[in-house]
Design a binder for this molecule. Structure first.
Ligand code: ZN
Length: 367
């Protein structure tokens, strides 16, 4: 993220007027390298800004001949220029971050054409532009460390009077020899896996080859693929990498990274996150709220009193495999009218419903 990338209006006019000639005499200090330390994306604030893609990426050579990448500080002159910057970030990701061929890594499958097209549309959208800018900033960092292989002939052609190559053309998508042996050359990857939905880790996003559902499994709310991708980026190192799979972390991820996208695209904000509890997972967690949820039988008499902001726990019971009941009352939606369920002790927890905070900016939005 670039701090206050756009100076005052008077400076903007000045830069806009001189952009054409500045390429010729750009002093090394006129480019801003990416910040050394990543800051977590504040998506709501970013989406309120006039532009999302950040400064134009430019390559120049240092006095010692080494290449250096940075960004100009001038904002785009119009929407078309902003779109060009977003497209360059997608081109960089396509070169370096999107997995397009089988790799010698288990479970890492290449993205298919539909997934790549979805990612491109996302990269060109406002929220996607923010996340792809962060990925591009990582690429600048790797480039400036000398970790990316470069097509030297393109730079030589430029020095001989040819056009200045874009970074997405200059890099080959492979690591340089230095990058291959560097411990800190962690390229962010977006790849496919066999299954539905999507998942994230600190340095990767996985997209299921079975695609996204149209509705969320339990709530029935409509899925917005862009909001889901933003949610996944929110779990990565560009957002909060400690949030995935935890009740409060997930609710906060929906609030910070998913709902801002949903409400801007005409979907109502999600008010509840359903955390799936894998039957195979250990019955204990370091996270205090998740630990209480997993030990729900112990807390049964007190109901949900110790579990705010959990709204409900849903169980599967041996007398009705495949259907869900309220763990605490043993009652299903279908048998509220009379019949009682199985003894709760025999039931096992499958889902926890966690409330999502809805800030004023998101409340009342959507159709
Ligand atoms: Zn999540």
């Amino acid at each position: 993220m670039i701090p206050s990338p756009y100076p005052g209006q008077r400076v903007l006019v000045f830069l806009a007027c001189f952009t054409a000639v500045s390429i010729a005499w750009a002093a090394p200090d006129s480019l801003m390298p990416p910040e050394a330390v990543r800051q977590p994306v504040e998506l709501e604030r970013e989406l309120l800004a006039p532009w999302q893609a950040g400064g134009e990426i430019v390559i120049q050579s240092r006095p010692n001949g080494a290449l250096e990448a940075g960004r100009r500080t001038a904002p785009p002159v119009d929407a078309a220029e902003e779109q060009e910057r977003r497209a360059e970030h997608f081109a960089l990701a396509l070169r370096l971050n999107l997995v397009k061929a089988y790799r010698v890594v288990p479970y890492v499958l290449p993205l298919n054409d539909d997934q790549i097209r979805l990612l491109e549309r996302f990269a060109l959208s406002d929220a996607g532009a923010v996340w792809f800018r962060e990925m591009a900033d990582d690429t600048l960092r790797l480039f400036n460390q000398g970790y990316l292989e470069v097509d030297e002939s393109l730079w030589q052609a430029h020095q001989a009077g040819g056009p200045r190559p874009r970074l997405s053309h200059l890099i080959t998508g492979r690591l340089s020899e230095a990058g291959l042996f560097a411990q800190d050359a962690a390229v962010f990857r977006i790849h496919a896996y066999d299954g539905p939905g999507s998942m994230a880790a600190a340095s990767s996003i996985r997209m299921g080859l079975a695609g996204f559902r149209c509705q969320f499994q339990l709530s029935g709310e409509t899925v917005d693929p862009f909001a889901i991708l933003s949610h996944e980026f929110g779990h990565s190192r560009y957002g909060d990498p400690w949030s995935a799979g935890l009740p409060l972390g997930e609710a906060r991820t929906v609030e910070r990274y998913e709902n801002p996208v949903r409400v801007r695209r005409g979907f109502p904000p999600r008010t509840v996150y359903y955390l799936r509890v894998d039957p195979a997972r250990p019955a204990w967690s370091r996270d205090p709220l998740l630990a209480r949820i997993l030990a729900w039988k112990k807390y049964r008499e007190r109901g949900l009193a110790d579990m705010a902001p959990v709204e409900g726990l849903y169980c599967e019971c041996p007398d009705a495999p495949g259907s869900l009941r309220d763990c605490l009352t043993g009652v299903t939606a279908a048998d509220v009218a009379g019949a009682s369920g199985a003894a709760p002790d025999e039931c096992s927890l499958r889902w926890a419903a966690v409330r999502v905070a809805i800030p004023e900016t998101q409340a009342g939005a959507g159709p």
